[in-house]
Design a protein around this ligand. Structure first.
Ligand code: MRU
Length: 351
């Protein structure tokens, strides 16, 4: 199942509207890069690799719809569109990475506006195809860390929906399952937007992987009673020292894993590793609107008093000391991350 694809007949980007899942599987058809920026901002599409691919396709739309006839004018329009797309969400580095990669191809392509238009679309298609291949390679590396009989706690949604297809951390669990390992997944519901309960559970249903949804606060109980053996998650950005920015709650989950000597694994494509940032505290953390926290209803009734306020950071930083290993498409990075992540990005990870 592709989360996002280019419709060459219509010159449109089609993407699953994840806000409607699990009730309805509906693809949005987008014709303008501003619509793509809105879809990212409003989380119709979400997950670091998926928003990277969306941004690249957004530039392809900008190139298609631009009226520029001269090369320089088209490059100017692309820069402007990239600026709008870059603002849509701040934490996942894949977004800026995909924009930079696509713009660079446009700048380095020789010829006029038509050649640039074709090159931008080709690069967006390449980013999307590579994402699927990279995820499968990560899954193969990561599945070696999962044993027959494991119960694994998974945070947020990191499956096909968070990428172009297949996914990162959930892709590892899917691969282990396909290899015949008997695994059980404890799915953190992932407040406030419930990516675990809504999206990960929906995917696990389709893969036939046994699972149970747990409230986020229950993870420590399952780890401390030996009912969960490992913890796995993705990332929106990894700093050069191995600090991991991921969905809010990951830090507490990794703390609980560490206190119970359970391994905590991050699964990330190298496009999520930001070697320009020395440590996690430099990673921008998106704070979303309080309504996402406040609008809880039970039995159709609001449960929070009128006038209540809330804070809603969407991500947190898990310090590298709590991360047992970081799985990439180029192999498994282990501490010290300051050297192993550089090797992973360069494709020179030993073993
Ligand atoms: O706010 P979201 O749903 O975009 O957050 C997504 C996550 O935190 C994922 O864990 C992360 O992007 C890695 S998944 C491939």
């Amino acid at each position: 199942m592709r989360t996002i694809y280019w419709d060459s007949g219509q010159d449109e980007v089609h993407l699953i509207d994840q806000r409607l899942l699990p009730g309805e599987l509906h693809y949005l058809a987008l014709r303008d890069y501003r619509e793509v920026a809105d879809a990212i901002r409003q989380m119709a599409i979400r997950g670091a690799p998926a928003i990277g691919a969306a941004a690249a396709f957004g530039l392809a739309l900008a190139a298609r719809r631009s009226r520029a006839t001269a090369r320089e004018a088209l490059l100017h329009d692309l820069q402007q569109a990239a600026g709008v797309l870059r603002q849509s969400r701040p934490t996942a580095v894949n977004l800026g990475w995909a924009l930079q990669r696509t713009l660079k191809v446009a700048e380095e392509t020789e010829g006029g506006a038509d050649e640039l238009r074709a090159a931008v679309l080709d690069e967006a298609l390449r980013i999307a195809e590579e994402d699927v291949a990279i995820n499968k390679r990560m899954a193969e590396h990561g599945a070696a860390l999962i044993d027959d009989g494991d119960t694994v706690i998974h945070h947020c949604n990191t499956g096909s929906l968070a990428a172009v297809d297949w996914g990162t951390a959930l892709g590892v669990l899917r691969m282990a399952h396909e290899q015949g390992k008997r695994i059980h997944v404890l799915v953190d519901e992932t407040r406030p937007r419930l990516q675990g309960a809504r999206l990960t559970a929906w995917e696990l249903e389709q893969y036939g992987i046994p699972y149970a949804i747990i409230s986020d606060g229950a993870a420590g109980y399952f780890l401390s009673t030996g009912q969960a053996h490992k913890v796995i998650f993705g990332a929106d950005r990894v700093a050069a020292n191995g600090d991991v920015a991921n969905k809010i709650g990951t830090y507490m989950l990794a703390l609980a894993a560490n206190d119970n000597q359970a391994p905590a694994y991050a699964v990330v494509p190298t496009s999520t590793i930001d070697l320009s940032l020395a440590e996690g505290k430099q990673i921008p953390i998106e704070e979303r609107e309080p309504g996402e926290v406040l609008n809880i209803q039970v039995g159709g009734q609001a449960v929070i008093p009128a006038g209540a306020t809330a804070r809603n950071p969407a991500f947190d930083i898990t310090p590298h000391r709590l991360v047992t290993a970081i799985v990439t498409e180029n192999g498994i990075a282990r501490p010290p991350y300051s050297s192993s992540l550089r090797a992973a990005v360069a494709g020179k990870l030993a073993g």
